[in-house]
Every structure is written in structure tokens, then in C-alpha cells.
Design a protein around this ligand. Structure first.
Ligand code: KG4
Ligand code: ZN
Length: 336
């Protein structure tokens, strides 16, 4: 079964064709990052307009790379939640029009479920049940993936997402948007023991996350140094901060694995590209004897293939939509 996946929830217009949820046949993406960089973050109105301009060429390119036309497809999967509402609506309305004109079934896909599917594309042997750390620019969850379309949130952030915590700290250090990637690169050259950060705790929910205090600690450090006329070596601050954020994520994730007895682990979302997060999990899962599945680097960020892959499993469970499909800025991963 060949499914075209369409993604437009944030600043990437992406499309791909995937066969039977696992085999990538062709993909294309138009990134808007350079345009949003001058504003220090994604400008929703600009994002929507660029999606409108890019969606047809991106879909045509993905189909051309797959060597397929609409008659050879079996379904259209589209990200319908969560994300920037104007951006999501471009993909949803385009997919609805395409479904109406081609007669192909319309399959709504939750963006974070899509991120998890990037692990199915990267590892043919990975099947539920497993525990997944979902860390993106907008969300941080630990999820029990009981089945392809039955997911349970075991822990989540109470404020900023992990990606946001990286981006906001990077911005305070003068690193351009999206700072998480560059912070990770600079951290490789820094001293991770140069600065100490507090370990945040959420009262009554020991596995939940809170990142806002860590971000404030960076701001206080930078402001204090500025007032004293000192300069802080940015690579050292990047390395120390990355160690604090990654240590926090890894601790909670492994504690969750021990408590649930689920020893097959996966990571998904943009932050799954983080070098230290990958290294630390590989080391600690190796020691504990847990199986670890990381997405290929090319599939960590937003892409169409992950939507097409999850779309296959949603379709198998009977999740199809009609012309009344809407987009939602927020929606739980449990609801799909
Ligand atoms: O999943 P994603 O591409 O978009 C959302 O669904 O939000 O995630 C983007 C986030 C951004 O916050 C970006 O800074 C972060 O992932 N990110 C990283 C790295 N690569 C991307 N954060 C830390 N280290 C990285 N290597
Ligand atoms: Zn994403």
C-alpha cells in the first residue's frame, strides 16, 4: 500500500511516498528556516504563506522522485494536529482537495505520532510495544506505544518543550534560530563541567519535566556576567547547559523504563538529533541491556515520510476522515 504523506505544521513543507509504512519511495522538503531566522523564530503568517506557495511543487517533486502518479497511490495522509493553525490548514485543505479530485482516502495524522513513525522507517524490526521519548520544538513526552495507534502519555513537560529550552537558551547566548542545532555543535568544543545547573522537580509528578527554570538560570548567568563586565565562553555554557538538559531527559526516561518494565526504547522529534542525547542513551541502554532505536538523522526533523508511515497504521485501524476534517493547534497524542 503506497501512501503520500503531507506535512505543514510548522516551518517545513514536506511530502513523501512510503510503501506499507516502512519503505521510503521518494521525498521532498522546502524549508523556511532562513526566512524566519531574521525574526529569531517562526512567524506564523509568513509560514502559512510559504506553505501555500510550496505545497504543490513539493508534492510534485516527491511523486517524481518516487516515479509515481496519483493512480498508483492508495491513500493521502496529512498532519492535522498539533501545530500552527494557519500552517496546518494549508496542508489539510490541500489534502482534502486532492482526496476529492482523486478519490483517494484522506488519513489524518497526529504530528507527534508521525515523529514516532520515523523510528519505523529507520528500523524495520521495531514494533510496538515500546517506550518513546518524544522531544520536539513544541512537546516533550514519555509515551508508552502500546500499539501503532494506542498510545499512553506517562510523563510530559509542564512548561517549555525540550527543543524550546534549547532554542531559548541559545537565543540568550546570541545564537541564531533555530539555536538548538548550533548549541549542540558548539557544546562539542566546550567544557561541560564549567557551570552547574539545578535539577528541576515537579511536585507530585516525579517523571514530569519543567524546563523554564533551566532557561532562567542561563539568563541569570549571562546577565550577572554582563553586569560584572565578564564574558562567558559560549561553548562552555552550551556544553554545561546541554549536559543538564540531556541528563534530565535521560534520567526520567530510564526511570520510566525501570518502573514500567518496558525495555525497548525509542526516541523521536527534532531533539532526537542531539549528539549527547544519542551518545548517552546508547551508552546507558547498552549497560542496562535495553534495546534502543534512534531515528536516522535525516528523519529526526519534520518530514513527509513519517506522516506517510504513521498514515499507513492509522488507515489499518480504520482512521479515515471526510471533507469535514479540521486542523487543531493542540490535541493529545493519545487521541490520535
Ligand atoms: O520536531 P521538530 O523538527 O519540530 C517540531 O515538531 O517542533 O523539532 C524542532 C526542534 C527545535 O527546537 C530544534 O532546535 C530542535 O528540535 N533540535 C535540536 C537539535 N536539532 C534540532 N535540539 C538540540 N540538539 C539538536 N541537535
Ligand atoms: Zn516536529
Amino acid at each position: 500500500m503506497k501512501i503520500l504523506g503531507i506535512e505543514s505544521s510548522c516551518d517545513e513543507t514536506a511530502a513523501a511516498v512510503v510503501e506499507d509504512g516502512r519503505r521510503l519511495l521518494g521525498a521532498a522538503v522546502a524549508s523556511q528556516i532562513p526566512e524566519h531566522r531574521v525574526y529569531g523564530g517562526v512567524v506564523p503568517e509568513i509560514a502559512s504563506r510559504r506553505h501555500v506557495e510550496n505545497i504543490i511543487p513539493v508534492v510534485e517533486e516527491a511523486l517524481a522522485r518516487a516515479g509515481l502518479g496519483f493512480p498508483q497511490l492508495d491513500g493521502l495522509a496529512v498532519t492535522y494536529a498539533p501545530g500552527l493553525i494557519g500552517a496546518l490548514l494549508v496542508g489539510v485543505n490541500f489534502a482534502k482537495g486532492l482526496s476529492l479530485s482523486t478519490g483517494l482516502p484522506l488519513i489524518p495524522v497526529h504530528h507527534l505520532r508521525g515523529h514516532i513513525a520515523s523510528c519505523y522507517l529507520s528500523h524495520a524490526q521495531l514494533q510496538p510495544p515500546f517506550l518513546c521519548l518524544v522531544v520536539s520544538g513544541g512537546h516533550s513526552h514519555i509515551v508508552a506505544v502500546e500499539d501503532y495507534t494506542r498510545l499512553r502519555i506517562l510523563a510530559q513537560t509542564r512548561d517549555d518543550a525540550a527543543g524550546e529550552a534549547f532554542d531559548k537558551a541559545a537565543r540568550a547566548m546570541g545564537i541564531p534560530y533555530p539555536g538548538g542545532v548550533e548549541l549542540d555543535r558548539l557544546a562539542e568544543e566546550g567544557d561541560e563541567n564549567a557551570y552547574a545547573f539545578p535539577r528541576p522537580r515537579v511536585a507530585g509528578a516525579p517523571l514530569d519535566f519543567s524546563f523554564s527554570g533551566l532557561k532562567t538560570a542561563v539568563l541569570n548567568l549571562l546577565n550577572g556576567a554582563r553586569q560584572r563586565g565578564e564574558t562567558i565562553p559560549v561553548p562552555d555554557l552550551c556544553a554545561s547547559y546541554r549536559k543538564a538538559v540531556v541528563g534530565y531527559l535521560v534520567d526520567h526516561f530510564l526511570r520510566c523504563a525501570r518502573e514500567t518494565g518496558m525495555h525497548t526504547l525509542a526516541v523521536a522529534g527534532g531533539v532526537s538529533a542531539n549528539r549527547l542525547l544519542r551518545r548517552e542513551l546508547q551508552r546507558l541502554c547498552g549497560e542496562a541491556g535495553y534495546r534502543l532505536y534512534l531515528p536516522e538523522l535525516s528523519l529526526c526533523g519534520d518530514n513527509g515520510a513519517m506522516i506517510a508511515s504513521q498514515g499507513y497504521y492509522e488507515y489499518q485501524s480504520g482512521h479515515v476522515a471526510g471533507m469535514d476534517l479540521n486542523a487543531y493547534a493542540q490535541r493529545s497524542i493519545e487521541l490520535g
